[in-house]
Design a protein around this ligand. Structure first.
Ligand code: 3HC
Length: 294
């Protein structure tokens, strides 16, 4: 019998964290949503409100269901609010030192039987797990952007993760309406290892001026049967996030040159062109949402 998770915590309410909170709350799970400051908490709350309001406007959610969903979320500043949850998902920025410190703290605060999960997209789950005294209860649970829409969740087990912990998390993913795939702790797991080599090549093709951004995107959208072209997708993911993933997969994954971040990507990140969230990446955005090409 799979373990029931009745209350979960999410730490970090950026794009991914806020989306993960929505997935849980929409599926009847009580969520404690945690940030480090009131300002960050308000930004997370605003993301959740915007997304659920849009679902209501599109007729995918009734106003009553939206209110019930929001009623399942308790917002809090500080990790102390997580002392009674069954499972915590961490979705803070992709820095190993930060995640290791956070997991050591969670280990002290959370109940001994609680499972601690990281939503890291490319860092080593093992290195995060050994910052705690319960590495057998630490897993990767990797959602995809936008989390409320994308069906896939990668469940990452390390060499010390208890098999029943993996089985419980896989069952929980099914309850959330997601499809879980399970993989060991290798750089980029399954999807990002394969996806980011391709995205990086697309940037290289633009950088070498072989084709325009529109033609590169059209080729893969219309010829590759994908929902978005690679440059549009990079703007959705965030160019800073994409850079971090490529850099980590390059260094951890055998220095395959396909993963060496394209120089143009680095320059854009340095210049603050981060994609949709900053208003400009490969395309320009009037506001977060559909591209307005300038
Ligand atoms: N939050 C909640 N719902 C959203 C959403 C968001 N951020 N963005 C879109 N949606 C919903 C819309 O409301 C709509 O729902 P409806 O059809 O029931 O009304 C549905 O998704 C489709 O949205 P749109 O009609 O606005 O636009 P599209 O049909 O183009 O779909 C998309 C948007 C779902 C983002 C689609 O283009 C897509 O699947 N793109 C590829 C995304 C992808 O590859 N993600 C993976 C990135 S890699 C990653 O995340 C790994 C990480 O480690 C970085």
């Amino acid at each position: 019998m799979a373990r029931e998770f009745t209350s979960v915590g999410v730490v970090g309410l950026g794009t991914m964290g806020a989306g993960i909170v929505e997935v849980f709350a929409r599926n009847g799970v009580d969520v404690v949503a945690v940030e480090i400051s009131e300002e960050a908490l308000e930004r997370g709350r605003a993301t959740l409100t915007r997304s659920t309001d849009r679902a209501v406007a599109r007729g995918r959610l009734t106003p009553a269901d939206r209110d019930a969903l929001l009623g399942r979320v308790r917002f809090a500043v500080g990790l102390a609010a997580l002392d009674a949850v069954d499972l915590v998902i961490e979705a803070v920025p992709e820095r190993l030192d930060l995640k290791r410190r956070l997991f050591a703290e969670l280990d002290r605060i959370c109940r001994p039987e609680a499972i601690l999960a990281t939503n890291t997209s490319s860092l080593s789950v093992t290195e995060i797990a050994v910052a705690t005294e319960r590495p057998q209860r630490v897993v990767g649970v990797h959602f995809f952007n936008p989390a409320p829409v994308m069906k896939l969740v990668e469940v990452i087990r390390t060499v010390v993760t208890a098999p029943e912990v993996v089985a419980d998390v896989e069952a929980f993913c099914r309850r959330l309406g997601k499809v879980g795939v399970t993989i060991g702790d290798r750089a980029g797991f399954i999807a990002n290892f394969l996806l980011f080599g391709y995205l990086n090549q697309a940037i290289g093709m633009l950088e070498a001026q072989y084709a325009s951004r529109e033609d590169i995107d059209a080729a893969m959208k219309l010829g590759g049967g994908l929902p978005m072209g690679p440059l549009t997708l990079l703007d959705l993911i965030g160019l800073d996030v994409a850079y971090e993933i490529l850099d980590t997969v390059y260094r951890r994954g055998g220095r395959d040159r396909r993963h060496a971040p394209a120089p143009l990507l680095r320059q854009m990140v340095t210049a603050g062109l981060l994609g949709r969230k900053s208003g400009r990446g490969f395309y320009t955005y009037e506001r977060p949402g559909s591209p307005v090409v300038v």
